[in-house]
Design a protein around this ligand. Structure first.
Ligand code: ADP
Ligand code: MG
Length: 509
């Protein structure tokens, strides 16, 4: 029996309006947590949004939040990283503990920023080590580091709307084609234990081709056979799906290359069609033309040649606890959206599958943990006004997660400079809110309105938001009762992205 343990995310310190760091007297020997902003970890069961202008410390605060989630919970974080800020999150920032810093101080005396941390480097390293063991960075970049994994996507996780316009003359046929191909792809992937991507693609293509080239009466016969075989279908399904050993796979492989092809083909077809009716199968077999098949496989080949297609699905067993998706490594907007489309589909499907499993068992056996999908510069991916079909489709997926992700354990953490450029529907689902410095009063008004904080934040408080130094912010909504002003605590891991160094480009007068 697991006990209920309360843990807290330590995000910063409460700011006393009268307070100036120069006059702060702090204990020399023991860190004092009494004015720490500690958010119960349980409060992360909502979506989160962090808004502030550029350079105000959003990504730094986000880094701290992720560190705290990783060390105070068992949750998973999937960071969709558009600026490379999280590329080095596995490395500890040694600078933070430089010798002239007094550990018990919470603020950098010179800058007044809350850059210090109350624990020793060793204390943090001890907590961070297990996280590093479960860290992976998915990248398209060539020189790979040890934590790097190839960023590839599994064809069946791409929505067809992504690949063709809805007014495409063959869109309906293509739709059937994609649906059936998807099932065949997944079926092959399940049967095979040493999956080879290209091999699966050509196998599926062969099935389509064979069906296409088959004389009509043969096809009718085959469908008949399927119809007759309905009673046996379940049995076939069982033998095929239960037996995933190499032997079975090679039997099927042989079956495909030899003459008695139909039985295994039919079994596979029937299995892949799952519970769909035989009539539907007939329809599927007859509903595409050779040109459709050609253009469909042309699409696959196009992405294959871009080197972005995976050899098999990314099963939930391969999921790591801390995954960073290196978006700048994909140098093309469309491809980036495609990758997001595929990743979100895969996360969604895996989470639904786990939910279905969990529902079969009593509540106290439900061991699922949340997955946080973290997105910096979120207005570029969940815009209020999408500029392309691709953008709308990705936004739609985020909307679904925002509206229904909770029961599947999927939560969003969104960061942006522009609340007004972020989709309203998604924004309205965010219960945890933080605002760091904003440029102007009019921007502050807009953000406060967009976050639904009109009643919580009064006009004299808005003044403060405009005058915040980097690393100061307010937390509101579910995170805080009323709202709290805080000095954001330090991110203890290395920021991947960086700014220009003033000392190298400014000139003394
Ligand atoms: N709480 C803080 N204490 C000290 N330095 C900070 C703090 N927050 C941000 N910074 C520094 O300010 C710079 C800008 O922060 P960043 O998080 O990149 O801003 P944003 O994402 O809002 O553009 C970074 O170099 C970061 O190291
Ligand atoms: Mg940033």
């Amino acid at each position: 029996m697991q006990e209920d343990v309360d843990t807290f995310l330590d995000l910063g310190w409460i700011v006393d309006p009268q307070f100036h760091p120069m006059f702060c007297i702090q204990s020399k020997d023991r860190p004092d947590y009494s004015d720490m902003v500690r958010i119960p970890t349980k409060k992360m069961d909502k979506h989160t949004v962090i808004i502030a202008q550029s350079g105000s410390g959003k990504s730094f605060f986000l880094g701290r939040l992720i560190e705290e989630i990783m060390i105070k919970s068992k949750a998973r974080c999937l960071i969709l990283d558009p600026n490379g800020d999280f590329r080095k999150i596995n490395q500890i920032d040694e600078e933070l503990w430089r010798s002239d810093q007094v550990l018990t101080q919470k603020y950098d005396i010179k800058t007044g920023m809350g850059k210090l941390t109350l624990e020793t480097k060793d204390e943090f390293a001890k907590k961070w080590r297990p996280v590093i063991d479960e860290f992976v960075i998915k990248t398209n970049r060539v020189p790979k580091e040890s934590k790097d994994e190839e960023l590839k996507i599994w064809w069946p996780t791409i929505s067809l709307e992504f690949l063709i316009q809805s007014d495409h003359p063959r869109s309906t046929e293509m739709f059937h084609c994609h649906n059936w191909a998807k099932e065949l792809f997944n079926q092959f992937a399940q049967l095979s234990d040493d999956t080879n991507g290209e091999d699966i693609i050509s196998k599926v293509k062969n099935i389509f081709k064979t069906l296409q080239e088959m004389p009509n009466e043969e096809r009718v016969k085959m469908v008949e056979k399927l119809r007759v075989g309905t009673e046996k279908k379940d049995e076939r399904l069982k033998t095929i799906t239960n037996d995933t050993t190499r032997t079975k796979m090679s039997t099927i492989r042989n079956a495909f290359s030899s003459v008695p092809f139909f039985d295994s083909f039919i079994s596979l077809g029937a299995a892949s069609l799952g519970n769909e009716s035989i009539e539907k199968a007939k329809f599927v077999f007859e509903s595409y033309s050779w040109e459709t098949v050609n253009s469909y496989f042309g699409l696959i080949e196009r992405y294959q040649s871009l080197g972005i297609l995976a050899k098999g699905p990314n099963s939930s067993n391969n999921q790591k606890r801390l995954e960073v998706v290196d978006l700048p490594s994909i140098n093309n907007n469309e491809l980036r959206a495609l990758v997001l489309n595929s990743i979100l589909t895969e996360e969604w499907e895996n989470a639904v599958k786990k939910w279905e499993e969990a529902m079969k068992n009593p509540r106290d056996e439900d061991r699922r943990v949340p997955t946080f999908i973290v997105l910096d510069e979120a207005h570029n991916f969940i815009p209020s006004n999408p500029r392309s079909r691709h953008e709308s489709l990705v936004r739609e997926q985020f909307r679904t997660i925002a509206a229904e992700g909770r029961k599947f354990g999927l939560f969003l953490i969104l960061v942006s400079q522009r609340a007004d450029k972020l989709d309203d529907l998604v924004l309205s689902e965010c219960g945890n809110k933080a605002i760091l410095r904003l440029d102007s009063h009019s921007m502050a008004d807009k953000v406060i309105k967009a976050l639904g904080l009109d009643f919580e934040i009064k006009s004299n408080e808005r003044e403060k938001i405009v005058n915040f130094k980097p690393g100061r912010g307010i937390i509101a909504g579910n995170w805080a009762s009323g709202f709290d002003i805080l000095y954001c605590a330090a991110r203890r891991t290395i920021e991947g992205g960086r700014n220009l160094e003033y000392k190298y480009w400014t000139k003394p007068f």
